[in-house]
Design a protein around this ligand. Structure first.
Ligand SMILES: Nc1ncnc2c1ncn2[C@@H]1O[C@H](COP(=O)(O)OP(=O)(O)OP(=O)(O)O)[C@@H](O)[C@H]1O
Ligand SMILES: [Mg+2]
Length: 313
């Protein structure tokens, strides 16, 4: 891996009656959005709390930016922002008062505070609610406020525990856009969820947890069955086509054909989606009776279900 920023090796966290993390090992590269997925009780929160230096491991090693968690927790705390699954908010404070309070606690100087607060309010789209009492905000707005608070000290690594729970689809999309924008500015993000669809299209890598174990992890394209530099196009035809492979051999970029059913196929092509219009034209010219065509994308859901993991909504 090119630029590993988080390295967890053989992490074990024992509680009195349960082992929440059973020998976890995984790595996260700088700039990734790493989705930690798994059912209730899988150990996601415990893992995030360890990374946030809030939960002491029973054994194992955790390195964040070459700082060892055991000996350099203080340095790690300076580069990490943690948004817990349940964050307290002070309902009787106004939005800006809440941020002002935390900016002070984070040690942000008085002159810089206003700028920083304005920037984060703008980022989470709450500028207009600056003077509103927190108690009057919707749930989605409260989540965005907590995110703004977490971002105030400009953490290099952001740990978000189920940040989208309870958000409507619009608020979820907004959160997704904010997170994608942050990674373009070099923030590394770990985000947990037990709802797969929440993370689809957002994460660049994932770790699948079940009963305290990390059963699979890595970059989405590495976990995918589609080789890198290629795309897979699914087509259906009105009736079975026996010589489709021979026909496609003449198409520039054709790599392979997998027949799924009599009249449904997966075509592997070299290149990216810009080749699809050429394929459509080619198939029409060859009188192949195509009734459906679409690009097959490997997403978190298909990877998740291929691992045999269960129980996630
Ligand atoms: N402070 C604690 N004391 C005792 N057991 C705990 C504690 N925190 C977590 N556990 C146990 O550790 C296991 C993992 O819990 P954890 O909260 O990490 O799971 P999770 O994947 O975040 O689940 P959820 O999706 O419900 O948030 C569970 O069996 C839980 O009961
Ligand atoms: Mg949890």
């Amino acid at each position: 891996m090119a630029n590993v920023i988080i390295k967890v090796e053989n992490l074990i966290v024992d509680f009195e009656n349960v082992t929440a993390c059973k020998n976890l090992s995984f790595q996260v590269e700088a700039g990734e959005i790493f989705g930690l997925v798994g059912p209730n009780g899988a150990g996601k929160t415990t893992t995030l709390r360890v990374l946030a230096t809030l939960q002491k491991p029973t054994s194992g090693s955790v390195k964040i930016k070459n700082f060892d968690l055991e000996s350099h927790a203080k340095q790690i705390r300076k580069i990490i922002g943690f948004m817990p699954d349940f964050s307290p908010v002070y309902e009787e404070l106004r939005v800006w008062e809440f941020l002002e309070l935390y900016a002070g606690a984070y040690g942000i100087g008085k002159t810089e505070r206003k700028n920083r607060i304005d920037t984060e309010l703008q980022r989470v789209n709450l500028t207009e609610k600056k003077d509103t009492f927190i108690g009057e905000l919707s749930r989605g707005m409260k989540q965005r406020l907590i995110l703004a608070k977490t971002l105030l000290p400009q953490p290099e690594i952001l740990l978000l525990d189920e940040p989208a729970s309870g958000l409507d689809p619009v608020a979820r999309k907004e959160l997704s856009d904010i997170l994608k924008d942050l990674t373009t500015k070099k923030t590394t993000i770990i985000i947990s969820s037990h709802i797969l669809t929440e993370l689809s299209g957002l994460c660049t890598s994932i770790g699948i947890m079940e009963k305290g174990e990390m059963i699979r992890w890595g970059r989405i394209e590495e976990l995918s069955d589609i080789p890198s530099g290629m795309i897979c196009v699914e087509i259906k035809t009105l009736n079975p086509v026996r010589n489709l492979k021979e026909v496609l051999m003449l198409f520039d970029g054709f790599k392979n054909l997998v027949q799924i059913q009599d009249n449904s196929f997966e075509i592997i092509l070299e290149g990216n989606e810009s080749i699809i219009p050429n394929l459509i034209k080619f198939l029409a010219e060859k009188n192949i009776p195509v009734s459906e065509i679409k690009q097959k994308r490997e997403d978190i859901q298909s990877i998740f279900f291929k691992t045999g993991a269960k129980d996630v909504s």
